[in-house]
Design a protein around this ligand. Structure first.
Ligand code: MSP
Length: 520
């Protein structure tokens, strides 16, 4: 059967600093969906990478007494290592200083020049350096601050090249109208529509007061505006401009248009106004959907390095483990809105959901299998009325997970899996295998109960693999099964009754040893 392409991107992150919880959040969410899509039979291409040009990165290099290229080369491995630590399964990693990108970006901007969408002009206005964004005076907060991040803006005036963004107003609005799924969630869609309907200004797309960027092929004194440069990564990574012409070539081209760009809500306008207008100008198809998630807040404030309230991903992974890290952010914060996070709530979720519900279920059940069945998966039996509820939940779980994952409702997907996990715990309580083991007459029932519970565990591990890849692999291994992360048809693999009778079950260590608050 042919596997449909599924191309998903994260933003490319600025290398002015190292990875933090915010950038890890987008990346984990993207990873979980890509993993699920691989398990549901898609030909997935998952792209992430780094935004290495621009004034802000140049400034970070300078502040560290380094040449910009040396600086980005020093920071890039930190992202690569962080994503490895978090088990991110990206298929590609693009850096905007790579020749494949620079060549493609130049081909792209040349095409816009040739089509008459660029002109020379003079820019006078405000610029937020941390956000690399131009603002008009009336957009500023309190007269001199960035409306997005609140930091002070600077006045700049330069002779620049401009992109005729204003000419795309109607076409953009028509596109939003014809493709309601293009901007998600709904609140962001409304925000973008009213922004565009309020009128778009042409955009300055080059800078001349510094040199850290891609030179314009037709005017090399200018470097490309960093956002213009960065957005193009989504196509250069899959072969746009690879042969120096403004078109796709190479084996990855079939992935365009992307199914999803995942972004944070602060950068939705770039992705839903400037980017689609650029693509329209270049005659390239538009991505199918842009999904903006909310901010992670700590004590009610946006968590950021500059505010000094950032805990590092590495410190949390060290304490909780990688799967628990991934689990917490997808379980506690509904994807699409702002959410408060805290170490306290992470400890709570860890202990309640992972250590108690899931870890204990596995260790208890596998111990009982050892004790009552010599560690061998026993023979099941036709479900009795006492089994029906458990079997029904398990049977429905792959479809229920699909429905929630397709809606990017990670929380809901995990809740469905937990419904089965909790139901299995209750099922064991209600069926009391320890009593069934006492007499020979109830032996067949004991076998059936253990089989059903083991099978429920197998299915729960399967559908949670996109979020808990290591735990699920371990659970399947203990059940004598191969790696669930390699599954490409979750419905077939998750069909009730798939656990082979007679396979050997290993007890193993506790999956999630309890964490005590005072262990800080
Ligand atoms: N380089 C640009 C993106 C270019 S994409 C063509 C950029 N980089 S960034 O490193 O500043 O931020 C990347 C993403 O991290 C954004 O989507 C942003 O929303 C997200 N986060 C940064 N801090 C965050 C939180 N506190 N919470 C959640 N995500 C936030 O923007």
């Amino acid at each position: 059967m042919e596997r449909p392409p599924f191309y998903l991107t994260t933003p490319i992150y600025y290398v002015n600093s190292v990875p933090h919880l915010g950038t890890a959040y987008t990346t984990i969410a993207a990873d979980a969906l890509c993993r699920w899509r691989r398990m549901t039979g898609y030909d997935v291409h998952f792209l992430t990478g780094l935004d290495e040009h621009g004034q802000k990165v140049a400034q970070a290099a300078e502040q560290n007494g380094m040449d910009p290229q040396a600086w980005v080369d020093a920071i890039a491995p930190k992202f690569i290592e962080a994503w490895k630590m978090l088990d991110i399964s990206n298929d590609d990693f693009i850096r905007t200083t790579e020749p494949r990108h620079e060549r493609g970006a130049q081909a792209f901007i040349q095409a816009l020049k040739d089509s008459g969408d660029l002109y020379q002009g003079h820019y006078e206005g405000w610029y937020c350096l941390p956000d690399e964004t131009f603002y008009t005076a009336d957009q500023l907060a309190e007269g001199k601050c960035c409306p997005q991040c609140g930091r002070e803006v600077q006045f700049i005036q330069e002779d620049n090249w401009f992109f005729r963004l204003s000419a795309y107003e109607t076409r953009l609005l028509d596109h939003y109208d014809a493709h309601p799924e293009f901007i998600q969630p709904e609140t962001r869609r409304n925000e973008v529509i009213s922004f565009v309907a309020g009128g778009l200004k042409d955009l300055s797309v080059s800078r001349t007061t510094f040199t850290w960027g891609i030179p314009l092929p037709f005017d090399p004194e200018h470097v490309m505006y960093v956002w213009f440069d960065a957005l193009i990564n989504y196509i250069t990574a899959i072969g746009y401009g690879a042969d120096g012409t403004p078109s796709f070539s190479g084996p990855l081209a079939h992935y365009w248009p992307a199914q999803y760009h995942f972004v944070g809500k602060d950068i939705i306008r770039f992705h839903c106004t400037i980017w689609p207008a650029m693509l329209m100008a270049a005659g390239v198809a538009l991505p199918e959907r842009v999904f903006a998630h909310g901010f992670l807040l700590t004590k009610g404030e946006k968590m950021s390095k500059s505010k000094g309230n950032a805990v590092t991903p590495a410190s949390l992974v060290e304490r909780f483990g990688v799967d628990a890290y991934r689990y917490y952010f997808l379980r506690d914060v509904p994807f699409g809105v702002d959410g408060s996070i805290s170490v306290e709530s992470m400890v709570q979720h860890y202990n309640a959901d992972l250590a108690n519900d899931w870890g204990n279920l596995v260790s208890r059940l596998f111990n009982m299998t050892e004790k009552y069945c010599d560690g061998i998966v026993p023979q099941g039996a036709e479900p009795t009325p006492d089994d029906e509820d458990l079997v029904r939940i398990a049977r429905e779980l792959p479809e229920a997970t699909e429905a929630r994952m397709a809606a990017l409702d990670y929380q809901g997907a995990l809740e469905s899996a937990w419904e089965l996990i909790k139901r299995t715990n209750r099922y064991i309580e209600d069926s009391a295998p320890w009593n069934l083991a006492k007499v020979e007459e109830t032996r067949p029932r004991l076998d059936a109960v253990l089989y059903n519970a083991l099978e429920a565990v197998r299915i729960a591990a399967l559908v949670t693999a996109p979020v808990l890849p290591n735990t699920s692999r371990e659970v399947w291994k203990r059940l004598g099964l191969s790696d669930p992360n390699e599954v490409t048809d979750v419905y077939a693999a998750g069909a009730w009754g798939g656990l082979p009778v007679g396979s050997r079950v290993e007890k193993g260590e506790s999956l999630f040893p309890r964490i005590y608050e005072d262990a800080e």
